[in-house]
Write a protein that binds this ligand. Structure first.
Ligand code: ATP
Length: 139
């Protein structure tokens, strides 16, 4: 069974973490904000308050043993990029990183993110497509 870690428990990260946990996967959820950690603790396998920019904390959490680590830090672009670099240097096989802008996404890809997601852009595409297919069905 695949093991996942999610770093950053904003709207996107917490949704990814709880959805994976509901599907039965092992999920470690990490955030610097104790309140975010407390809010999710009952819905994931483990939830820990830690700063991803602290190399030692990441190592202590055993990040390299996870199959997939999702970097769901958005606004703090520097933290998102540095965390992605550190995870890849630690040997995490698959790092999925959330980008807020196209440029942020290009940088994440260049520093080694295996997959870059743009939640707002991608959801916009999905909503647009679903509206059109619904209209087609309605007529
Ligand atoms: P969303 O759109 O998913 O709500 P966002 O783009 O607004 O997210 P942020 O709020 O910037 O993203 O970050 C998401 C979470 O990441 C926050 O809960 C924040 O506390 C956490 N976070 C930021 N920096 C770090 C870090 N260095 N280590 C761990 N968590 C962090």
């Amino acid at each position: 069974m695949k093991q996942f870690a999610v770093i950053g428990l904003g709207r996107f990260g917490s949704s990814v973490a709880t959805t994976l946990a509901r599907m039965g996967y092992d999920v470690l959820a990490v955030d610097t904000d104790e309140q975010k950690v407390e809010r999710i603790v009952d819905r994931v396998t483990h939830a820990v308050q830690a700063d991803a920019l602290d190399d030692e904390s990441l190592k202590a959490l055993g990040m390299r043993n996870f199959d997939v680590v999702i970097v769901a830090i958005g606004h703090d672009m520097q933290a998102s990029i540095l965390t992605t670099v550190m995870l890849k240097e630690m040997g995490v096989r698959t790092v999925v990183a959330k980008a807020n802008t196209e440029l942020h996404g290009r940088v994440l890809a260049r520093v080694g993110a295996d997959k870059v997601v743009f939640p707002e852009r991608d959801m916009g595409v999905r909503v647009a497509r679903s509206l059109v297919s619904k209209n087609l069905l309605d007529h």
